[in-house]
Design a protein around this ligand. Structure first.
Ligand SMILES: [Zn+2]
Length: 104
């Protein structure tokens, strides 16, 4: 799934500039998953508060921690998958204008 970052332009052979300051960005799939995770967390919390047959409310000394896991767990898992997906880095050739997005 991960691609090697080419050192030279595959079109004209010009050495590609290395931008050390540029950090890889989350891919569109990752960003979409983050949104899914956020929306799912809202819907899930609404379900637990309003529609669930079992009321999930903090009880006892560990109640708040257990509730946090129950409420936020699915969203954290989805966000974790989104963060784990390969990031993308944009490459561009100064000479011929070739550009590509690679997964890193
Ligand atoms: Zn080129």
């Amino acid at each position: 799934m991960r691609e090697r970052i080419p050192r030279a332009c595959p079109n004209c052979g010009e050495e590609l500039p290395r931008r050390r300051g540029e950090r890889p960005r989350y891919s569109a799939a990752s960003l979409a998953l983050f949104v899914v995770g956020a929306v799912f967390t809202i819907v899930w919390a609404w379900f637990l508060l309003a529609a669930s047959p079992i009321q999930v409310v903090p009880r006892g000394p560990n109640g708040v921690a257990i509730c946090a896991v129950v409420y936020l767990g699915p969203g954290v898992v989805i966000a974790g998958i989104a963060a784990w997906l390969p990031k993308t880095r944009k490459l561009a050739c100064r000479k011929c204008g070739w550009n590509d997005t690679v997964k890193v």
